[in-house]
Design a protein around this ligand. Structure first.
Ligand SMILES: Cc1cc2nc3c(=O)[nH]c(=O)nc-3n(C[C@H](O)[C@H](O)[C@H](O)COP(=O)(O)OP(=O)(O)OC[C@H]3O[C@@H](n4cnc5c(N)ncnc54)[C@H](O)[C@@H]3O)c2cc1C
Length: 340
């Protein structure tokens, strides 16, 4: 079955006049919600400030023509609906199992991890977001700043003052701190979103001119400024090379949040060397700051929705951290909107 059909046919198709839905955020949660409601017959428009869809499911080009997954590293699939979608992505060639050697790295000591099935987008993590967005009404490069009541609808305005039109239902599918101002029209929801904390992550994209000698392709790092490192080029369908993604730990990233990317890149490459137990020299190292990387901890709400005001929010900070949690949150909110 083509991947899109898993969500397009989840809810029965409705006829007759349906409320217009505006989704702010084209990450996993917003796209899953948009896909389900579009399939059910709603007119759905997705708006995102990024250059393309995906949010934290993100792939960035490297100077030599390869790429880095500098946000989400892989995803697991436990719930039947998400498993069905992932199976369909695999059949479509949009995702594949990553059979890299995963373990723990503690100052040069390697401990293999328990076997687990991990998936990645192909040729990069953003491929699954692009597949979800295919055929939807998605506008990128626009930041929504204001959601204001107008009669029975909501008027959306961009940060440049552009009128983005009216919708009866508005969903903020963005990290919790960014959802708070968008939910101002529903103070109870805004207050709930305001209680969700998210930790930051400095991510470094590092290229080496020779293979880094370590018996691992992905490692949780202990006793270090890093929490995770991965040989990006060990993932399926990548351009060959020796590219690694290094993630600063939440504690390190929070303590150095306002430093420059230029300062953070060499610092975390050096930490990589310490974790390996020997010096390494990168030929390219670029740092990216994720200000809102992971919920810590998420709310236990699946999604937020005020059926009277028709304003809601979804994302990994509602249902559970990670890609699958974001997906489930988006689907849960789509069901609630359709049911009301
Ligand atoms: C460094 C890092 C590593 C991770 N590793 C993993 C992993 O290995 N496995 C895993 O499962 N998960 C991982 N995650 C978490 C995973 O990426 C997220 O749980 C998931 O992608 C969140 O999806 P979302 O839709 O909730 O939010 P997002 O992906 O954050 O999407 C929100 C979107 O909203 C847009 N936006 C925000 N404000 C506005 C606005 N005002 N107007 C318009 N658009 C706006 C943003 O541009 C973004 O595209 C990682 C995350 C990070 C950052």
């Amino acid at each position: 079955m083509p991947a899109s059909r898993v969500l397009d046919e989840l809810l029965p198709r409705r006829s007759g006049p349906l409320p217009r839905v505006a989704v702010i955020g084209a990450g996993m949660s917003g796209l899953a919600l948009a896909r389900v409601l579009t399939g059910a017959g709603f007119g759905v428009r997705v708006l995102d400030t990024g250059r393309g869809p995906g949010g934290r499911l993100s792939t960035r080009r490297s100077a030599e023509g390869g790429s880095f997954d500098h946000g989400a590293q892989y995803f697991t699939a436990r719930e039947p609906l998400f498993r069905a979608l992932v199976d369909a992505w695999v059949a479509d060639g949009v995702a594949a199992e990553w059979r890299g050697r995963i373990g723990t790295l503690t100052r040069g000591a390697v401990t293999p991890a328990k076997a687990s099935v991990r998936y990645v987008g192909v040729p990069g993590m953003s491929a699954v977001a692009k597949a979800l967005a295919d055929g939807l009404d998605v506008r990128t490069g626009v930041r929504v700043e204001r959601v204001a009541r107008e009669g029975l609808a909501w008027r959306l305005t961009s940060e440049t003052g552009e009128d983005l039109g009216l919708a009866e239902v508005v969903v903020a599918a963005v990290p919790a701190p960014q959802a708070v101002p968008l939910l101002a029209g529903a103070p109870t929801l805004a207050a709930q979103a305001g209680t969700a904390r998210m930790s930051p992550c400095w991510a470094v994209m590092a290229r080496f001119d020779a293979p880094v000698a370590v018996e691992l392709d992905g490692a949780f790092v202990e006793d270090s400024a890093l929490s995770w490192v991965a040989r990006d080029t060990s993932k399926p369908g990548r351009v060959p090379g020796e590219r690694w993604v290094l993630h600063g730990s939440p504690e390190f990233s929070a303590a150095h949040l306002e430093e420059t990317p230029e300062a953070m890149a060499p610092r975390l490459v050096e930490a990589f060397g310490q974790a390996l137990g020997r010096d390494v020299r990168a030929v390219e190292a670029v740092a990216h700051r994720w200000r809102f990387a992971m919920p810590s901890p998420p709310l236990e709400a699946s999604a937020l929705y005020d059926a009277g005001l028709r304003l809601g929010a979804c994302g990994d900070w509602c249902a559970g951290p990670r890609v699958e949690g974001a997906f489930l949150s988006g689907v849960a909110l789509a069901r609630r909107i359709a049911a009301s």
